[in-house]
Design a protein. Structure first.
Length: 240
């Protein structure tokens, strides 16, 4: 039977590269994203199904999970997330809610909603975390808190889901060259300076590529004896 996959935030960066690799490996792939045009364009380029869903909206997540009712789902990649950086003094409680709703509640609700489909397929979940959980980064407290929560629930759910044959893991990318960087609102010169500085802190001395993370995500999804694991894909920053 053909394997099936759902990749959230599959219209850009790491999610796009993961959807592309899964499709190349023969999966029937569905992607989701917030913006109709971007989702439609990516779905057409990749030859996959596209669904518009905001992971920060409970009703959208419920609707998204509804597409898999009565079906089987081999792979769920919880990749979509918001990343904005600001000193804590400038973070509002609305920011806190938006981060937690999109990066933590959305993935948890989606897992809950598609669990019967995952169980049917003996499926596997990969959550996309971040190296920031272990390394710390100024101005990233809200973002880091959401990724820490993601890693924590990954470990607990691994134990909870093991008896029903569903595996759940996470990857923790370091600095990866994706559109997320251009979305930070920095001018081109500052962007280049930040990137050049960051490269001096990475043992492999460069940013990673989205396809390099996608390879690890797909390997993790297919690793039949791996659950509750957090795999670093960060050019070595986790050991510095
Ligand atoms: N790039 C890095 O250096 C890095 C490092 C560590 C971890 N990560 C993690 O990797 C994952 C992918 O990031 P990326 O670098 O590939 O960034 P990206 O190119 O900006 O992709 C993010 C994707 O998530 C989608 N998304 C954002 N908020 C959403 C929401 N509320 N509902 C549905 N979709 C939403 C975006 O869709 P839109 O087109 O609507 O924005 C986009 O498709 C994220 O979880 C990020 O935290 C990235």
């Amino acid at each position: 039977m053909q394997k099936t996959a759902l990749v959230t935030g599959g219209n850009s960066g790491i999610g796009y590269a993961t959807a592309k690799l899964l499709k190349a490996k023969g999966y029937d792939v569905t992607i989701c994203g917030r913006n109709n045009e971007r989702v439609e364009q990516a779905a057409a380029e990749l030859g996959v199904k596209g669904i518009v869903a905001d992971m920060g909206s409970t009703s959208d997540v419920t609707k998204l999970a509804g597409y898999f009712e009565g079906k089987s789902l081999s792979a769920l990649v919880n990749n979509a997330a918001i990343a904005r950086f600001a000193p804590l003094a400038y973070c509002t409680s609305a920011d806190f809610d938006e981060f937690m709703n999109t990066n933590v509640r959305g993935p948890l609700d989606l897992i809950k909603g598609v669990l019967p489909a995952l169980q049917k397929a003996g499926g596997s979940i990969t959550n996309v975390s971040s190296a920031v959980v272990n390394n710390g980064l100024a101005n990233a407290a809200l973002y880091a808190a959401t990724k820490g929560a993601l890693e924590a629930f990954t470990k607990s759910l691994a134990i909870e889901f093991a008896p029903i044959g569903v595996r759940i893991n996470a990857v923790a990318p370091g600095a990866i060259d994706t559109p997320i960087i251009t979305k930070l609102g920095l001018d081109e010169q500052t962007q280049a300076a930040v990137k050049a500085h960051m490269e001096t802190t990475i043992p492999l001395a460069r940013f990673g590529r989205a396809d390099e993370v996608a390879e690890v995500i797909v390997a993790q999804l297919e690793s039949s004896y791996t659950t509750g694991a957090i795999w670093a894909v960060d050019g070595g920053v986790n050991v510095t």
